[in-house]
Design a binder for this molecule. Structure first.
Ligand SMILES: C[C@](O)(c1cnc(-c2ccc(S(=O)(=O)c3ccc(N)nc3)s2)c(Cl)c1)C(F)(F)F
Length: 576
C-alpha cells in the first residue's frame, strides 16, 4: 500500500496508477493519456463500469507518491500553498468589491463550470482565472496573455491538470505563441507573485481525453474550496492549509458516500443503455443547481459521444428564471433551448414511451408536490423513471414520493459541523455527487451502446484542432501505422480520396477541421480503411455492416490474415 500519508484520507485510493510511471505513454500529457484502469472498459458490465469509473474518480484525491514521478497532487503542499495564495488575492477583491472583479473563463465544459461557479465592470483589480484542463485551449491562452500584458490591473491565474512541461505546444494558427509558451511566461511571473498556476495532476480520464469528467470534477472541487476559504477569510478567519484540507476532505467523503450506491448506479446505467440501444431518449429533470448539473451532463454528451441533442436532455424547474440566467429566457432560440419542466410537459411528455428513461434529481428540500405531480405525468407514459434524492441525516423522503418511483438512489449526507461554510459545502457535495452519478450513467450507457473502443472514444466529430490531433493519435494507436500514413488516410476520409490533392494536403488544420465538422464517422472510417487495407468507401460500407463502431473495429483489428504494425505497411500502400 502507499507510503505514510500526511493526511488521513477518507477513501482508500488504489495503489499509484501505472500512468504515474515515467515511461507510461511518456510523450502524452496526463490529460490525454489512456488510463490503465479503464483499458478494457468496453468489455465491462454495468457493475464493473461503475467500479472502474469510481476508481478513476478516486485518483483525484490520491496523494503525491514519492516513489514515482512526483506529480503535484491535490493534497501536495505546493498545491495547498498555491490555493492559499489565490484565496488571499480573492479575499482582497471581496473586501473592496467596487474596485475589483473576479473573472472565470473556460472553453466547453470548463466554461459551463465557470458559469456555474461565477461571481462576477472600470475595475482596478481583476483576478482572472483561466480554466483549461489540458493546458491546451487557445481561447484561454489568449486571455491569459492579455492579462500578462496588463499586470497593473490583472492577476492571471491558470487552472488545469497537466504539468507546464506537458502544456500543449503546437502552434495556434494566426497567433504568436503556443499554450506552453504562455504557461512558461506565467511560471516566470509566478516567481514574483504576478501570476499563479494551479495544476495538480488528477490522472488520465476514464475515457481518454474526456476532461469534462475528472477535469470538470477537479475544477469544481478546487475553485469551490478556494472561494469558500476566501469568503471565510472575509469573516476574519485566516485562510490556512488546515482550513483547505477540511473542505477538500468533505469532497473526498462525497466520493465515498456517492459510490456507496454503486449497485443502484449500475442499474441506472443498464436502464439508460437499454433506452439508447432502443433509439430511445434519456431525460434529466432537476431542481435548482442539480437541474444545471443535468443540463451540463446532457450537453456534454453531444461533443463527447456525437449524441444528438434529442438523445439526452436536461430540464430545470423554473427554466431560465430558475437559474437566474443573465441573458434571460432563451427558449425562443429553438427547441434545443427549451429547458423548463413546462417545456418538458408540453414538448416531450406527449411522445414519451417505454423506450425512454427519465431521471429525477432533487433534494428533500425541493418542491415535493411538484415532483410528485411531474412523476405522476411521467408514470402514465413509461415505467422507466428513476430518482436521485439527496437528504441530510435526519430528513426522510415522504412515502408518497418513495412509492412513486420504481428505483431511487437515496443519498443521506452527514450533518456538517462547519458553521460558516457548512451550508455551501452541503450543496457542493450534492452537486458533485450528482455529477459523478450522471457522468457514470451517460458514459456507461454509451460504452454499452458500443461507442467506445478500449477506453477511446473513436466516433467523435473532428470539430477543432485538438480533436484533429486526437483523431490522428487514435488512428495511429489502433492501426499501429506511421503518423504521415494516418494523416493521409484521415484526409481521405474527410475529403474523399478522389478529391484529395497536394494543395488540400498543405492546407492548415483549421481547413481540415472545417471540412470534417460536417462529416460523420471520419475517424472510424479512417481506422477501418487502414486496418482492412481498403478504400474509405469500402470502409464506410464495412462500418455500416456492424451494429456498433466497437464491433466493426474489433472485427477489423482481428480480421484473419491482417498483418499488424509495420508488416502491414506495404499493404496500406493505397493509403500512401
Ligand atoms: C490516448 C491516445 O494515445 C491519445 C489521445 N489524444 C491525444 C491528443 C489529443 C490532443 C492532443 S493536443 O491537442 O496536441 C494536446 C492537448 C493537450 C496538451 N496538453 N497537449 C497537446 S494530443 C494523443 Cl497525442 C494520444 C489515443 F489512443 F487516444 F490516441
Amino acid at each position: 500500500m502507499r507510503g505514510t500519508r500526511k493526511f488521513r484520507h477518507v477513501i482508500e485510493t488504489p495503489d499509484p496508477g501505472k500512468w504515474e510511471l515515467a515511461g507510461y505513454e511518456a510523450s502524452l500529457p496526463i490529460s490525454e493519456k489512456s488510463n490503465p484502469i479503464t483499458r478494457e472498459i468496453d468489455k465491462a458490465d454495468p457493475a464493473l463500469l461503475v467500479q472502474l469509473l469510481k476508481e478513476c474518480d478516486a485518483e483525484i484525491f490520491q496523494e503525491e507518491e514519492g516513489a514515482l514521478i512526483n506529480y503535484k497532487r491535490l493534497y501536495s503542499e505546493s498545491i495547498l500553498k498555491t490555493v492559499v495564495d489565490i484565496a488571499k488575492r480573492v479575499q482582497e477583491i471581496i473586501k473592496e468589491p467596487d474596485d475589483g472583479l473576479i473573472v472565470l473563463s473556460g472553453c466547453g465544459n470548463s466554461g459551463r463550470l465557470a458559469m456555474l461557479l461565477a461571481v462576477c465592470g472600470g475595475k482596478k483589480k481583476v483576478v482572472f482565472i483561466g480554466i483549461s484542463c489540458g493546458l491546451s485551449a487557445p481561447f484561454v491562452a489568449g486571455q491569459l496573455d492579455f492579462c500578462m500584458n496588463n499586470l497593473d490591473i490583472f492577476l492571471p491565474v491558470l487552472v488545469g491538470f497537466n504539468p507546464v512541461s506537458m502544456a500543449r505546444n503546437d502552434c495556434i494558427e494566426g497567433w504568436h505563441s503556443t499554450f506552453r509558451q504562455v504557461a512558461e511566461r506565467m511560471q516566470k511571473l509566478q516567481e514574483i507573485q504576478k501570476a499563479i498556476i494551479l495544476n495538480p495532476a488528477v490522472g488520465p480520464e476514464g475515457i481518454s481525453g474526456s476532461s469534462r469528467m475528472k477535469g470538470g470534477s477537479a475544477t469544481k472541487i478546487l475553485l469551490e474550496t478556494l472561494f469558500l476559504a476566501a469568503h471565510k477569510a472575509d469573516c476574519n478567519v485566516e485562510v490556512t492549509e488546515k482550513c483547505l484540507l477540511e473542505i477538500l476532505r468533505t469532497y473526498e467523503r462525497a466520493h465515498k458516500v456517492t459510490y456507496s450506491q454503486s449497485k443502484k448506479i449500475a442499474s441506472f446505467v443498464k436502464q439508460a443503455a437499454t433506452s439508447l440501444q432502443k433509439k430511445g431518449h434519456l431525460y434529466l429533470l432537476g431542481w435548482r443547481t442539480l437541474g444545471i448539473m443535468g443540463i451540463m451532463e446532457a450537453v456534454g454528451c453531444i461533443p463527447q459521444f456525437g449524441a444528438d441533442y434529442r438523445d439526452f436532455r436536461g430540464f430545470i424547474a423554473g427554466g431560465y428564471n430558475g437559474m437566474l440566467n443573465k441573458e434571460g429566457d432563451l427558449t425562443a432560440l429553438g427547441t434545443e433551448f427549451a429547458i423548463s419542466h413546462e417545456d418538458f410537459i408540453k414538448n416531450i411528455v406527449p411522445s414519451l414511451s417505454e423506450m425512454d428513461t427519465v431521471l429525477f434529481i432533487f433534494t428533500v428540500d425541493d418542491e415535493l408536490p411538484e415532483i410528485e405531480k411531474l412523476a405522476g405525468l411521467v408514470k402514465e407514459k413509461t415505467s422507466n423513471f428513476q430518482a436521485v434524492s439527496h437528504a441530510t441525516a435526519g430528513q426522510c423522503l415522504p412515502n408518497s414520493i418513495k412509492k412513486l418511483f420504481p428505483n431511487i438512489i437515496s443519498i443521506t449526507w452527514p450533518i456538517l459541523f462547519l458553521e460558516y461554510e457548512g451550508n455551501f459545502i452541503q450543496i457542493f457535495q450534492r452537486e458533485l455527487s450528482t455529477k459523478w452519478i450522471l457522468n457514470t450513467v451517460s458514459t456507461g450507457a454509451h460504452v454499452l451502446k458500443g461507442k467506445i473502443y478500449r477506453n477511446y472514444m473513436v466516433d467523435f466529430k473532428v470539430s477543432n484542432a485538438k480533436l484533429f490531433q486526437r483523431a490522428v493519435s487514435v488512428v495511429q494507436r489502433l492501426t499501429e501505422q506511421s503518423q504521415p500514413r494516418c494523416i493521409e488516410t484521415l484526409l481521405q476520409s474527410i475529403y474523399g480520396p478522389e478529391m484529395l490533392t497536394d494543395q488540400i494536403r498543405s492546407l492548415p488544420i483549421s481547413k481540415h477541421v472545417e471540412a470534417a465538422s460536417v462529416k460523420d464517422k471520419v475517424v472510424p472510417v479512417a481506422i477501418v480503411s487502414m486496418l482492412r487495407s481498403c478504400t474509405v468507401h469500402e470502409a464506410k460500407s464495412r462500418l455500416d455492416a456492424y451494429p456498433s463502431i466497437r464491433a466493426a473495429i474489433d472485427a477489423s483489428i482481428n480480421a484473419p490474415g491482417r498483418k499488424r504494425g509495420a508488416e502491414s505497411s506495404e499493404a496500406a500502400g493505397q493509403n500512401k
